[in-house]
Design a protein around this ligand. Structure first.
Ligand code: NAP
Length: 487
């Protein structure tokens, strides 16, 4: 089916419809899908929060808040006017069961439609909301519940949330969102790996030297310091996004793209992750510095108090199976780094022998770079002959597939794809319970080691590439972090 074919009629109920995520991501994505004709005319979007807003107030607020987050050139007055009419707001405290009657009134008549309860609120509310939806009789056969990250702060709390939500929703109704999986390049990883003969035979330790996954942000924590300080980079980024990316790179070919076929393979990777050793993890925290020439404060200054929370983490990860034995996966993520860039680098091994002889040109090994942001695309580095007579002057060059250039189309935001998958009932790009719990099982010993370590995170200057120890982590193995190149 074409991705912008209309989806079934749906009532989206956004718990936290006045929050940052709703205004920045969910409502822009729904507007764009509506503008492109994917939502049926009777689809409704019902926001829930404690704010005393009428439907009209909410429509005005969405207009004021959301326009700034729409991609350039996508605002269309007629499309917006139609979208505005879909919006409703109900004032209710989600912990108060009696108040759900008000929500029930607006949903009346929609019992046969898909009902998507999007929990864009604090994870501690996931259990109470689920229970109250059940008690209020609002969970229909076609209902789905969408859980935003983080699913817990450790294995026990993740299990508790999963138990509470699982007590009233079946697993197939639960959509644990990891928006990285909705990114075009990430889905393209599946197409590159499994729709081309070229890569799969080489996708293993015999041909691949190592893999790097980097998610670098140049922003600091800003106004989200309260949330972030309880989480840190390991919980906020590695346990979910980076491990999910690692799974898609490392998993065995699933038999199909069916949700369980893919998720079974990802789970096997998580279960094969080797526990990290003492030298395998570096945590850091930014100090003041300069980003793009502007002076910026350090983490604790932004936070307004002391903290040992990490804003950077780099790891060397092993996967104990036949395919990946001996191939390290280097992961790193951090805030206030020198650039905003996310990429997966698959570094192939050098050719076993140069036929050009000892005096011939130096040969660099092939490298496949998948850019997640900015400029989603794929780059394959090859050796090629420099044109001209006489001798073999070989030079590295790259095949560059930049999606915006190649397809001459706007790259949709991950949430656009994921929200439509929820209505379609396709959970392939969402995390299953056992995946989330396996990821916590692997992450927990790192958290425990940090809790017992009085030294704390290593400092790094804002605007740098992270602490020196992260560079040493990979250089100890005779390798270097991939930096952006011009070829
Ligand atoms: P936020 O800006 O603090 O918004 C929270 C929303 O929940 C508000 O609409 C708030 O409205 C509502 N709410 C809070 N308590 C409520 C209650 N008892 N009853 C009814 N409504 C209540 O948070 P956010 O940044 O949008 O994040 C939402 C969720 O997404 C969190 O789990 C967060 O971890 C996750 N997330 C956020 C981002 C992001 O970029 N923002 C990214 C990934 C994941 P009232 O206070 O008016 O009730």
């Amino acid at each position: 089916m074409h991705q912008s074919a209309p989806v079934a009629a749906c009532d989206f109920v956004v718990f936290g419809g006045t929050g940052d995520l709703a205004f920045r991501k969910l409502l822009p994505a729904l507007y764009l899908r509506d503008r492109d004709g994917q939502l049926t005319p009777d689809t409704r979007i019902v926001s829930v929060s404690r704010a005393g807003l009428s439907d009209e107030d909410y429509r005005d607020k969405v207009h004021a808040e959301v326009r700034a987050f729409l991609p350039p050139g996508t605002f269309d007055a007629d499309a917006w006017a139609a979208f505005r009419e879909r919006l409703y707001h109900r004032e209710l405290d989600v912990t108060n069961l009696a108040a759900y009657q008000d929500l029930a009134k607006v949903l009346v008549g929609g019992e046969d439609r898909v009902r998507a309860f999007y929990l864009s609120c604090a994870p501690k509310l996931f259990g109470p909301v689920s229970r109250n939806l059940h008690e209020a009789g609002l969970i229909t056969e076609k209902s789905r519940v969408v859980l935003e990250k983080p699913i817990g702060t450790d294995l026990a709390s993740a299990r508790r949330i999963n138990d509470e939500v699982g007590a009233v929703f079946h697993e197939h109704q639960i959509y644990r969102i990891d928006h990285y999986l909705g990114k075009e390049t990430v889905q393209n990883l599946l197409v590159l790996r499994f729709a081309n003969m070229l890569f799969e035979p080489l996708w293993r330790s015999g041909s691949i030297d190592h893999v790097q996954i980097t998610v670098a942000e140049d922003l600091g924590v800003g106004g989200r310091g309260g949330y972030y300080d309880d989480a840190g980079a390991l919980r906020d980024m590695v346990q979910n996004h980076l491990l999910q990316l690692l799974c898609l790179v490392a998993m065995e070919p699933p038999a199909s793209v069916d949700a369980d076929a893919v998720r079974d393979e990802k789970l096997k990777v998580l279960q094969a992750l080797r526990p990290t050793g003492p030298g395998d993890v570096v945590r850091g925290q930014y100090r003041s510095g300069a980003v793009s020439g502007a002076a910026v404060a350090g983490y604790t200054e932004e936070l307004g108090g002391p903290s040992s929370t990490e804003t950077f983490v780099a790891l060397r990860v092993g996967i104990d199976n036949w395919r990946w034995a001996g191939v390290p996966f280097y992961l790193r993520t951090g805030k206030r780094l020198d650039r905003r860039s996310s990429e997966i680098v698959v570094q192939f091994r050098p050719v076993p022998h140069s036929i050009f002889g000892a005096d011939g040109p130096p040969l660099s090994a092939n490298r496949l770079v998948l850019r997640l942001q900015p400029d989603e695309g794929v780059r394959l580095h090859l050796m090629t002959k420099e044109p001209g007579p006489g001798g073999y002057r070989a030079r590295g060059a790259s095949l560059n597939l930049q999606f915006s250039e190649t397809f001459k189309t706007r790259t949709p935001d991950a949430y656009e794809r994921l929200l439509m998958d929820i209505v379609r009932g396709n959970p392939t790009l969402f995390m299953r319970r056992d995946e989330v719990e396996a990821a916590w099982t692997w992450t927990e010993p790192i958290l425990a080691a940090w809790a017992a370590d009085a030294v704390g995170p290593k400092p790094y200057a804002a605007g740098s590439s992270g602490p020196a120890a992260a560079i040493a982590l990979i250089e100890r193995d005779g390798r270097t972090w991939h930096e952006e190149e011009s070829t």
